[in-house]
Design a protein around this ligand. Structure first.
Ligand SMILES: [Zn+2]
Ligand SMILES: [Zn+2]
Length: 256
């Protein structure tokens, strides 16, 4: 994915950081949300958590799009990127932002556009954002605190230009989440990528205040399955056997 090999959107125009744009996994071209025929749903600019193939690269002539669950670091990068771009638009460019006054409010406002994860019922994720930012200082984020008591840290992106905020398709290929086939590049719908799609509504209601107490380990909105990977409510038949899924279950990442 060299810069020189990057093409240009169907419309022939260059990038516009004020609107959502998607990078084709196959030809590394950026496409404007408004030029894409696929019903994309809610998005925000500068996202990292999706898979997109343009019409030109598709065997069927149709675009492919899938929004994935964003990690918290990805949500922070997208939030800071959008805050930077908004400040440029306002004519008051800023690079450093407050977790409480800028980053958390942005994510709160745009949650559904940013991720497929169910919106949290409690505010415990504010602390997760804080931990994410602090943990990745020096790797992904910059941190400066100009207050005398060190109580108002500001966070920015470390050496990442806004035009470079994109899905890491190379890592997705290496990690086995994307596969290059005769039909073009395809997303492997296995562990993680389709997590929570069927269970989103239920999870919100069922868990109640749960995620705040035990949400540490997995920040997923998916139904928790036992370690063996299939639901407990599968009934035994009269011979004492029970039927389990013969196909790989995307909700059971540890069971092949
Ligand atoms: Zn366009
Ligand atoms: Zn393409």
């Amino acid at each position: 994915m060299k810069h020189s090999s990057e093409g240009i959107c169907y419309c022939g125009k260059g990038r516009n950081l004020n609107i959502a744009e998607l990078l084709c996994a196959s030809c590394s071209t950026w496409f404007h949300e408004s030029c894409i025929g696929y019903q994309l749903g809610k998005l925000v600019p500068l996202m990292m958590n999706y898979f997109f193939v343009c019409k030109n690269c598709s065997a069927t002539g149709l675009e492919t799009f899938k929004k994935n669950q964003a990690t918290f670091p990805q949500m922070c990068v997208t939030a800071i990127g959008n805050l930077m771009q908004a400040s440029v638009k306002e004519g008051k460019p800023r690079k450093m932002f407050s977790k409480d006054h800028d980053i958390v409010p942005f994510i709160d406002c745009h949650w559904e556009g940013m991720t497929t994860m169910a919106r949290r019922v409690t505010q415990s994720w504010h602390a997760t954002i804080h931990r994410t930012l602090t943990k990745e200082v020096g790797t992904m984020f910059l941190c400066k605190d100009t207050s005398h008591d060190g109580s108002h840290p500001l966070y920015g992106l470390l050496g990442l230009h806004l035009t470079q905020i994109k899905p890491n398709y190379e890592a997705m290929i290496k990690g086995g989440h994307l596969r290059i086939t005769e039909m073009g590049i395809q997303q492997v719908t296995a562990a993680g990528s389709v997590k929570g799609r069927n269970s989103r509504k239920k999870t919100l209601g069922d868990h109640g205040a749960g995620p705040s107490k035990k949400g540490r380990g997995g920040d997923s909105g998916a139904i928790k399955l036992p370690a063996h990977g299939y639901p407990l409510e599968h009934p035994y038949n009269k011979d004492g056997y029970r039927y389990i899924l013969a196909e790989p279950d995307p909700h059971a990442p540890f069971r092949q």
